[in-house]
Design a protein around this ligand. Structure first.
Ligand SMILES: [Mg+2]
Length: 188
């Protein structure tokens, strides 16, 4: 945990419990856990680049990633090969795969779990993934597995730091603009 410099996450079954609501327009609605999301934003704000690597695609996922401080270039949607995207992320941020923690819950995640320095899965990941992972979280997908991992890694490096004077640091400009539109206030 002391050597981890970045995080990459699958979405369905990791940030969520794996359920999706299929909408009439074809979009899929997902339920995120705010405690996981706070942890990711705290990681980004403390200098840990984060990526999302998912086979899914949706506009709401794009917005969610931005609100976590994840640049669009580090949101890999419709990923066909998660290792390729994981290595691309590593190259982009200049870290070795051995310095990245990757979290996934199903068969397509196994190669990335094996390629990452710390391969992690939620407690309710499929059996093959639990066997492949270096660390099986005690929490299931959508119920704190992301929070648990990120908090442990940051605390092990004394970087679990939230600056109440500057809580907007990780916010994407889109969100700051939207906040200003809603409230008439400028937060930066
Ligand atoms: Mg998944």
């Amino acid at each position: 945990m002391e050597d981890i410099k970045a995080f990459a996450f699958d979405v369905d079954g990791v940030f969520t419990d794996g359920l999706v609501l299929a909408m009439p327009d074809g979009d899929l609605l997902r339920q995120f856990n705010s405690k996981d999301c706070f942890a990711v934003r705290t990681a980004v704000d403390n200098g840990f680049p984060c990526a999302i690597i998912t086979g899914g695609v949706s506009q709401s996922l794009l917005h969610r990633a931005r609100s976590l401080g994840i640049p669009d270039e580090q949101l890999y949607m419709m990923s066909k090969n998660k290792v390729t995207d994981l290595l691309h992320f590593c190259q982009r941020i200049g870290v070795e795969p051995s310095q990245v923690a990757f979290v996934g819950d199903d068969i397509p995640d196994i190669p990335a779990i094996e390629a990452a320095g710390l391969g992690v899965c939620p407690s309710d990941a499929v059996a093959e993934v639990r066997s492949a992972a270096d660390l099986v979280s005690q929490y299931p997908g959508g119920r704190g597995c992301v929070r648990d991992l990120v908090e442990h890694v940051l605390k092990s490096q004394n970087r679990w730091i939230f600056d109440p004077e500057n809580p907007w640091k990780g916010n994407h400009p889109d969100h700051i603009t939207r906040f200003a539109q809603f409230t008439g206030k400028n937060v930066v």
